[in-house]
Write a protein that binds this ligand. Structure first.
Ligand SMILES: Cc1cc2nc3c(=O)[nH]c(=O)nc-3n(C[C@H](O)[C@H](O)[C@H](O)COP(=O)(O)OP(=O)(O)OC[C@H]3O[C@@H](n4cnc5c(N)ncnc54)[C@H](O)[C@@H]3O)c2cc1C
Ligand SMILES: NC(=O)c1ccc[n+]([C@@H]2O[C@H](COP(=O)([O-])OP(=O)(O)OC[C@H]3O[C@@H](n4cnc5c(N)ncnc54)[C@H](OP(=O)(O)O)[C@@H]3O)[C@@H](O)[C@H]2O)c1
Length: 433
């Protein structure tokens, strides 16, 4: 009898887990991929920047896994709302949690909750058309914007702010979002690193792209590009070289300007009704290598602050969770008897899409070794549990209908291959006309 496994979450970790489970030859496995949204692919659909079309094409690989006969997609099913851990363990031999990291880390400074102070998670969800964020949520009516953090998400956010709406027209951004981008008043973007160029988390390819923006000049202050010491990994050396090159460049007078700043930490977001400024303190490293303030301050006159300082997982009801690491404690993917974890929920919010493949493979090795020779309890029973609760999952074919509607919309609007439908209702209307 086949092993029945539930994978919770259809991002890269969930789909690579399903693939590793069905592509091994030790024993037959059937996998249900349960996803809270009607759409698969997690951050590949709702994180990867719309203008990074070659990276987004990884969805073509992931879809082949969902189309394997042993794999079934059940969308619109949320663990903790429609099903509990006990429900799952009643109908499956094992469960693998792959729910990623969907909320922002906090800065913990005054003014963080003022209108105009925005988590990158929300901003990314907005331009990616995630149904959790209304397409009308943001208006880019400030001429100066600060982006806190110098990781790859910050680079994505900066690029979307710096490009013209025309440059994004052929992408899949929802049409309502494109209209907001068309009306953008943004002239100056300040990207703020609390340490030096040698500590920045962005990768070289992504950094270089900023230097190729047609609509924005990129500026670095020579004194902030100075780096002491020289024994850095190749990627870091590349970043430093690019940044020092920009420090020597004269602005070409493009409509927007990006200032990449270093050695500044945010201490307060200023304003009474909404964001009116960002107070920064110059920093240095202490003898122990910690970021410490120097007592020297500057204020940027920004009307919007985008906080791009990392993502964070949330606990799943009934599943162990460490508040310290913000992950599910595990040994090589094992959480408890018949419960496993993979992806960002397992190791934290770092790493590219491919990192989740080896991570999922480790979890699957552990699972198969644990369950080898054990009596099977799993069966095809989740449909009945959901039906009893009035939940009708979105099938894979229904998801394909959403895809078809998005392609049709792009054609109607004369925009690229796909335009995302904004909002849950529009998606459900497309798949259940
Ligand atoms: C903004 C951004 C851009 C990125 N761009 C790139 C890039 O260009 N290239 C690259 O290589 N990497 C990129 N990454 C990293 C990459 O996206 C991650 O490594 C990867 O998506 C993590 O996979 P995951 O499956 O663990 O999580 P996710 O992709 O987040 O998938 C988790 C899934 O679980 C679902 N879920 C959550 N809770 C529940 C629940 N209770 N019940 C059921 N389902 C649930 C979610 O809806 C989601 O579909 C980016 C990350 C971010 C944040
Ligand atoms: N194109 C791509 O391949 C791509 C695109 C997007 C995302 N990703 C991946 O997705 C993962 C997540 O990216 P991310 O950018 O969210 O996270 P990240 O790489 O961890 O970067 C977070 C940034 O926030 C800064 N930060 C954290 N706390 C701060 C604070 N309190 N004050 C000021 N700054 C603070 C960090 O600085 P410190 O270093 O000083 O802590 C760092 O610069 C990464 O692995 C990334 O590579 C990849």
């Amino acid at each position: 009898m086949a092993l029945h496994v539930a994978v919770i979450g259809s991002g890269p970790a969930g789909i690579y887990t399903a693939e590793a489970l069905v592509k091994q030859s030790a024993e037959p496995v059937r996998v249900d991929v349960l996803e809270r949204l009607p759409t698969p692919y997690g951050l590949v659909r709702y994180g990867v920047a719309p203008d990074h079309t070659s990276i987004k094409s990884i969805a073509g690989y992931l879809r082949k896994v969902l189309e394997l006969p042993q794999v079934r997609f059940l969308g619109g099913v949320t663990l903790g709302e429609h099903l509990s851990v006990d429900d799952l363990l009643g109908v499956y031999d094992a469960v693998v949690y792959c729910t990623g990291a969907m909320v922002d880390r906090r800065l913990g400074i005054p003014g963080e909750d003022l209108p105009g102070s925005v988590a990158a998670t929300d901003f990314v969800n907005w331009y990616c058309g995630h149904p959790d964020v209304d397409a009308g949520r943001f208006t880019l009516d400030s001429s100066e914007v600060a982006v806190i953090g110098v990781g790859n998400v910050a680079v994505d956010v900066v690029r979307v702010l710096a490009k013209t709406a025309d440059e994004l027209r052929a992408t899949d951004v929802p049409h309502e979002v494109l209209e907001r981008l068309e009306e953008s008043q943004v002239k100056a973007i300040h990207m703020i690193g609390r340490r030096g160029p040698e500590h920045a988390k962005f990768t070289l390819k992504e950094l270089r792209e900023l230097g190729e923006l047609a609509n924005a000049d990129v500026c670095v202050r020579p004194e902030e590009a100075v780096v002491l010491g020289g024994d850095f990994p190749r990627q870091v050396q590349g970043n430093i070289k690019v940044l020092q090159g920009w420090a020597e460049r004269e602005p070409a007078g493009r409509p927007r300007r990006l200032d990449v700043r270093f050695w500044l930490r945010p201490v307060e977001i200023l304003g009474t009704e909404r964001v009116e400024g960002l107070r920064l303190e110059r920093t240095r490293l202490s003898d122990e290598g910690r970021v410490v303030g120097t007592g020297e301050y500057e204020t940027l006159p920004v009307g919007m602050v985008l906080r791009s300082v990392g993502y964070r997982s949330v606990p799943l009801p009934g599943v162990p969770f460490s508040e310290q690491t913000m992950t599910v404690p595990n040994q090589a993917g094992r959480v408890r008897d018949r419960e496993y974890v993979a992806g960002w929920l397992k190791r934290g919010p770092t790493g590219v899409i491919g990192t989740n493949k080896s991570d999922a493979a480790e979890t699957v090795r552990t699972l198969l070794a644990d369950l080898a020779g054990r009596e099977r309890v799993g069966h095809d029973g989740v449909g009945a549990v959901l039906a009893a609760r009035g939940v009708r999952p979105v099938t894979y074919d229904e998801w394909l209908a959403v895809e078809a509607a998005e392609a049709e919309l792009a054609k109607t609007l004369g925009r690229g291959d796909r335009v995302k439908l904004a909002g849950l209702e529009a998606m459900l209307r497309a798949c259940r006309p």
